[in-house]
Design a binder for this molecule. Structure first.
Ligand SMILES: *[C@@H]1O[C@H](CO)[C@@H](O)[C@H](O)[C@H]1NC(C)=O
Ligand SMILES: *[C@@H]1O[C@H](CO)[C@@H](O)[C@H](O)[C@H]1NC(C)=O
Length: 366
């Protein structure tokens, strides 16, 4: 075992410091469409034995660890689990994002070449052993990573303003966006952050640090729809760094971690699976004022997210869960600093990728 107990987390923890009140349903009428979370308030029922409530057993908290990887990694920007149960870690090797990385028009500083070191590490999820390394000389500033149901890896590079689908050899087989050129039209991104892919190949891109939109594509990369947080329906402002996406296809939801607005908003994904045929981009529900949400992922209708400290320092970083069927939300664990990405295993382990320190924290939700 190369994992070390995480005494810091043990000290900080606590579960059940409820955030149920922050999950807000919207006035938008979705009843007839059979969509979830369509009525009533979403107060947390402390008696309800949810996934989260099991964590009130303090012994279980010993199951939070910092994983020691067999090789040092750079700042971890993305993480996912492949079909073999291995962690696929997207990291920045020796590159960091600082005030000189981009110019004032969002272009990468001249002279910054692609990162020569490997940027993708394949890691044994149990031992932390780095099994393979890939992604040398391809990426300028790694950001999001996700894996689709066919095993393709999707990454975003905020440095080159591109989105890549990687094939079995970890090389791009599909690339979107003009290299090094930020933009707002259908052929450009501006520091795109994350990708979510449906089983039928339709995918969504969050774009990004300097645009305020989510774009829906067919499997060949043709734009199907663009949506932005509306000004009225949710009573809200446009996205301010849509930073992470979670697609819950069977609930027809695409959830967006709208980082600087400190919220998660979920929209109809418009995948038209089953009997549903709601167009994409209709706001369904949101969780507001929850801190700056860096990453969200979904498993079995639980949305798991990580936040950083909020703007005015009143909210601590937290790992939270939301039951997407009932609307219950809960803080799970506090105190993981600078979390940027997360992945959930089939066994209910959450792997949180951090930056500074560049490490992976393993938390057992099961
Ligand atoms: C990058 O590669 C160099 C040369 O192989 C190595 O010395 C260095 O440790 C690597 N840095 C990272 C962060 O991987
Ligand atoms: C990870 O390590 C464990 C323990 O050594 C081993 O049983 C397992 O097969 C390894 N998994 C992979 C994917 O290498």
């Amino acid at each position: 075992m190369l994992r070390a107990p995480l005494s810091l987390l043990l000290a900080l923890a606590l579960v059940g410091c409820v955030a149920g009140q922050y999950l807000e349903n919207q006035e938008y009428d979705v009843d007839e469409n059979g969509l979830p979370m369509d009525s009533g308030n979403t107060e947390l029922d402390e008696e309800d034995p949810t996934l989260v409530d099991k964590r009130e057993d303090e012994d279980k908290l010993e199951e939070a660890f910092i994983m020691s990887t067999s090789k040092p990694l750079g700042e971890i920007s993305g993480i996912a689990i492949d079909k073999k149960g291995r962690l696929v870690v997207f990291h920045r090797a020796d590159r960091v994002w600082d005030e000189n990385t981009f110019d004032e028009s969002d272009r990468l500083a001249a002279g910054l070449a692609p990162i020569a070191n490997s940027t993708i590490a394949i890691v044994n999820a149990t031992t932390g052993q780095v099994l393979e390394e890939h992604g040398e000389g391809l990426f300028y500033l790694p950001h999001g990573l996700s894996i689709d149901s066919e095993g393709n890896i999707w990454v975003t590079d905020v440095g080159s303003h591109q989105v890549h689908k990687l094939g079995a050899d970890y090389k791009p087989v599909l690339t979107l966006g003009e290299k090094m050129v930020p933009g707002t039209d259908g052929a450009h991104f501006c520091k795109p952050t994350d990708v979510a892919v449906a089983k039928n190949g339709i995918f969504f891109v969050a774009d990004g640090y300097c645009n305020s939109r989510v774009i829906k594509y067919d499997r060949n990369g043709n734009v199907l729809a663009v949506f932005e947080a509306p000004d009225d329906n949710l009573g809200s402002s446009p996205f301010l760094i849509p930073h992470s996406l979670a697609l819950i296809a069977d609930l027809n939801l695409l959830c967006v971690a709208d980082r600087e607005n400190e919220r998660v908003q979920c929209y109809s994904s418009g995948l038209a699976e089953g009997h549903r045929s709601i167009p994409a981009g209709i706001p369904i529900t949101s969780a507001e004022n929850i801190g700056r949400v860096y990453a969200i992922r979904e498993k079995n209708h639980y949305l798991v997210g990580v936040t950083g400290a909020d703007g005015d320092g009143t909210l601590e970083p937290q790992l939270f869960t939301m039951d997407m069927e009932t609307g219950k939300a809960n803080t799970f664990l506090k105190g993981i600093e600078n979390a940027h990405a997360l992945a959930i295993s089939d066994e209910g382990k959450v792997y949180v990728g951090q930056m500074q320190p560049n490490q992976i924290v393993v938390v057992d939700l099961a």
